[in-house]
Design a protein around this ligand. Structure first.
Ligand code: FES
Length: 213
């Protein structure tokens, strides 16, 4: 017969060996927790997240369309039942030249992932040169985006006439695909845009309506 003392000693020994085994399991470098493998795993996780973004991310696109050409073009696309992604929300303006930098900053801060400004083709603007003013402002804004490290491809200017419904749909489809590949807007609810514009660059219109720095 085994007495109680021997039993206690045996159980202590088994406890010790289990603890040692556990410690070995934790500290022992396995294939998965080697530093090289960890970095590989994090890289593949990042790739997976990017892929998931591309497949599950539905961007919010804002399109500023001028009343006389682009809005009519968008309308034609709708009437002709031309399919294009539903990610876009259209805002009608009388002319693309009516857009101020503040509109664009506010839209990005409020969560737009991409913005399209669409107006009449050069020479067709109903207010003579409103579209050229818009073009000038966007060129300057893109420079500013490059300075602050914001992807300028999120802002696009596109000429669409009233008869170009198919072209409008194509532009939207292509832009949505691009924004999906770029991922969500990182400046959502961010103060960086506002701060940079306030501190460094003053994009305003003078009395004659021309954008000045
Ligand atoms: Fe269309 Fe000016 S009226 S861009």
């Amino acid at each position: 017969m085994v007495n109680t003392k021997e039993k206690k000693v045996k159980s202590k020994n088994t406890n010790k060996s289990t603890k040692l085994n556990m410690a070995n399991r934790v500290n022992k470098p396995t294939e998965s927790n080697k530093p090289d493998n960890i970095s590989k795993i994090s890289k593949t996780n990042k790739k997976k997240t990017k892929l998931m973004n591309r497949t599950t991310f539905e961007p919010r696109i804002l399109a500023f369309c001028c009343n006389w050409c682009s809005y009519a073009g968008a309308d034609l696309a709708g009437v002709s039942r031309i399919q294009y992604p539903t990610n876009v929300r259209i805002l009608r303006l009388m002319c693309s030249g009516r857009i101020e930098p503040g509109h664009i900053f506010s839209a990005f801060e409020a969560g737009a992932d991409g913005i399209i400004i669409s107006g009449c083709h050069p020479g067709d603007c109903h207010y003579i040169s409103g579209n050229l003013r818009a073009e000038e402002m966007i060129t300057k804004l893109k420079k500013l985006f490059n300075i602050i490290g914001f992807d300028e491809r999120r802002l696009r200017l596109q000429w669409v006439s009233a008869s170009e419904g198919q072209l409008f749909a194509d532009y939207i489809t292509e832009f949505v695909d691009l924004i999906k590949s770029l991922g969500p807007n990182t400046l959502k609810n961010h103060q960086q845009l506002k701060k940079t514009t306030n501190d460094n660059i003053n994009l305003q219109r003078n009395d004659s309506g021309v954008v000045v720095e």
